[in-house]
Design a protein around this ligand. Structure first.
Ligand code: NAX
Length: 330
């Protein structure tokens, strides 16, 4: 092993997504097949015993790239010297919970995590927020870590992108690898806009290949927006392996160079692109340069239908931001 290990923090590590992602990180799928990693695993006290079991299983895999594992319920230890923080642990919305309650309870998780990242993480720290509501949880965390530059923060819209790609491929009868340039605009929620109009299938506009505008504007969007609920209905549990997979894809899309002419979906800190309010953690098409830099793809066109979808998802993110501001979380 010639490279120095990179420290990767995963919060909520004893949960479902934790169980699906840790083994993939330790096997080299997050940061590459020659990059040793140290896993820093954060859990709450009641889940520490379960986490110990996961750590035993990690040991039992004898991963050559796994240079260390640090299970902890302490924020300082969890983020000490870490270069990638995958914030998974959160409290999802439960039946009867108002949005304000949800944002407040998550503020109690993400505000101190932001402060701990600010105080203890490595200077090259990058953060991907997966725990829902992930855009606004990311906003809360970022707002409490003022020394970490805004371009280091990402919230996960990649699962929605992957879902949309698969649906388009299926409808077109094309291999999923031929579907590119799918953007999830706005919030990772039921208001997200999966942009079929700018997507491509084998390099051609997806609407032209599919030839069914009604399906694209109706069932397609609805399937993608409600896929999470459909999985809960079928499995009795929320998406975990596909969410872990999307987190791995998201991180790879930040550090690897984006293939020429393509882009991927990430929610990043808006600097006003496409007329969005600055500072929102907003789903955009993003390209990465392969050395840690990235930018939002500009100049994509939106017709009236798309503009209305963007208006709705933007409005939702603005109202979430207003609520967390009123709660004193940002
Ligand atoms: P689980 O309930 O299986 O696991 C969550 C874990 O987080 C638990 O082990 C819990 O003890 C831990 N936890 C709670 N508070 C914590 C804290 N303060 N510090 C550290 N750990 C804490 O949920 P799981 O299925 O793994 O999902 C985790 C989150 O991902 C949920 O918020 C879920 O809504 C969200 N998702 C986000 C997706 C996305 O595309 N952005 C898709 C999948 C998933 O629904």
């Amino acid at each position: 092993m010639s490279k120095a290990p990179v420290h990767v923090t995963v919060t909520g590590a004893a949960g479902q997504i934790g169980y699906a992602i840790l083994f993939r990180i330790a096997s080299g799928q997050l940061l590459g097949p020659d990059q040793p990693v140290v896993l820093r695993l954060l859990e709450i006290e009641p889940a520490m015993k379960a986490l110990d079991g996961v750590v035993m299983e990690l040991e039992d895999c004898a991963f050559p790239l796994l240079a260390g594992v640090e299970p902890t319920a302490d924020l300082k230890r969890a983020f000490d010297g870490t270069s990638w923080a995958l914030l998974v642990g959160s409290i999802p919305r439960k039946a009867g919970m108002e949005r304000g309650d949800l944002l407040n309870v998550n503020g109690g998780i993400f505000k101190p995590q932001g402060q701990a990242i600010n105080a203890h993480a490595a200077s090259d720290i990058r953060i991907l927020v997966i725990g829902n509501p992930c855009n606004t949880n990311c906003l809360i965390t970022r707002s409490n870590a003022s020394d970490v530059p805004a371009d280091r923060w990402f919230a996960m819209t990649r699962l929605d992108q992957n879902r949309a790609q698969s649906q388009l491929a299926r409808k077109a009868g094309a291999p999923v690898s031929e579907v590119t340039n799918v953007t999830i605009w706005g919030n990772h929620s039921a208001t997200q806009y999966p942009d079929f109009a700018n997507a491509q299938i084998s390099g051609k506009p997806a609407p032209e290949v599919i030839g069914d505008a009604d399906w694209l504007r109706g069932p397609f969007i609805e399937i993608v927006q409600k896929r999470g609920a459909a999985i809960i209905e079928a499995r009795g549990l929320s998406s975990a392996a596909s969410a872990a997979n999307a987190a791995i894809d998201s991180v790879n899309s930040v550090w690897r160079e984006t293939p020429k002419g393509q882009w991927s979906s990430l929610a990043v800190c808006s600097s006003g692109q496409y007329g969005t309010p600055e500072g929102l953690q907003y789903g955009f098409p993003v390209v990465a340069d392969g050395s840690g830099g990235w930018s939002v793809v500009e100049g994509l066109e939106h017709d009236d239908f798309a503009q209305e979808k963007l208006r709705v998802t933007t409005e939702e993110l603005v109202s979430e931001r207003d609520e967390v501001k009123a709660l004193g979380l940002i």
